[in-house]
Design a binder for this molecule. Structure first.
Ligand SMILES: [Mn+2]
Length: 354
């Protein structure tokens, strides 16, 4: 116990040091680009927004560029929503979040600083990576254990439940005000990355932060309404189809769910549907140790593999075998091949770990 406390103090001191370094770089520069990984998730987007609100209040020139379009499901965090009450005109925020494919390099200022959020390596930035000028200072803020320390400054905390938790620490350490809009964003980070406070990354600290954010103006039931009670009927039908597709392997220790393009068509769901809600389903079955979701995407015969682990199996290691990564109990990778072939490949790889 004593050792852990010492470790915690050391981590706190290190956090303090690196936060000061980052704050100093921000103070010395004006043109800042904020970005997150491809197929952005709520943790990445919410962390971007919280930081965006902060940097705008510091009169910085801030641009958010992501490889993937802003997910409709998070519209409640920006624009004309009632949650984001502050002095920033909603249009400005909406316009600054744009699809990288429409990006015109000439029209953007030269970025002096790039802040990469929730992203383990350059490749995961997708096309945004090509926009990073070579002499830019890259600040890498992330909680993935697979992070490759690709920045000039690397603040990587695998024990943080979310990147949002780290951004919260940044606000606290630098004495910045957390407005209701920022509290709403950060609460969204934390609740989504902990799977509504049930995953192994749900720590006393993350619950304390969530509690503080509620006091600062985040409204849990309002946020939950937007995140969890807005499933379209076609999405729900798709969910039923994916549940029907589940196969048990290795005497019920592994379960594999399929999400094919055909299923999406048949259910009438949007092609870019957020499939986050399906990834935890295979692991919910009793006695299953590793849950897998296989998703067909693009047209290039590639399968997105999402891995979830209940107990001792390190799925970050498994994903790494195929060039992916993430966390010990939640990770992902992409494998070329038909869904049938990838099913066999990934099950064989998991079996080596039992
Ligand atoms: Mn995250």
């Amino acid at each position: 116990m004593k050792k852990e406390t010492t470790g915690q103090l050391q981590e706190d001191a290190e956090n303090q040091k690196i936060i000061n370094t980052i704050a100093d770089i921000i103070h010395r520069n004006d043109n800042i680009l904020i970005t997150t990984h491809i197929r952005s998730d709520p943790d990445g987007i919410s962390s971007e927004l919280a930081l965006f609100y902060l940097l705008i209040s510091m009169k910085k020139n801030v641009t958010i560029i992501n490889d993937s379009p802003f997910p409709d499901s998070l519209n409640f965090l920006i624009g004309k929503n009632k949650l984001a009450v502050n002095d920033i005109t909603p249009e400005f925020i909406t316009n600054s979040i744009f699809d990288a494919s429409k990006y015109q390099p000439k029209s953007a200022p030269a970025f002096e600083v790039v802040i990469s959020l929730d992203t383990p390596n350059f490749a995961r930035l997708g096309k945004t990576y090509e926009m990073v000028p070579k002499d830019t200072t890259v600040i890498n803020i992330d909680h993935h254990i697979s992070n490759e320390y690709f920045g000039d400054i690397n603040w990587v905390r695998p024990h943080a439940c979310s990147t949002g938790e780290m951004i919260y620490d940044f606000f606290k350490e630098t004495g910045q005000e957390i407005t209701p809009a920022i509290a709403t964003s950060l609460y969204t980070s934390i609740i989504t990355d902990t799977g509504r406070f049930v995953h192994a990354n749900t720590t006393p600290k993350c619950l304390r932060i969530a509690s503080d954010l509620i006091e600062l103006g985040a409204n849990p039931s309002e946020i939950a309404k937007h995140l969890y009670q807005t499933v379209s009927f076609s999405e729900l039908k798709l969910q039923a189809m994916t549940i029907n597709s589940i196969k048990l392997e290795a005497e019920g220790k592994i379960s594999v769910l399929w999400l094919t393009k055909n299923m999406i068509n048949e259910a009438g769901a949007a092609k870019d549907i957020d499939t986050q809600i399906f990834t935890d389903t295979p692991l919910s079955i009793e006695n299953v140790e590793v849950g897998v979701m296989l998703k067909e995407f693009n047209n290039n015969n590639e399968i997105k593999v999402s891995l979830r682990s209940k107990n001792d199996i390190d799925v970050n290691e498994i994903a790494k075998t195929f060039g992916g990564g993430g966390h010990i109990k939640a990770s992902g990778c992409e494998i070329k091949g038909s869904i049938e072939d990838v099913h066999k490949t990934i099950v064989d790889e998991i079996l080596k770990r039992f």
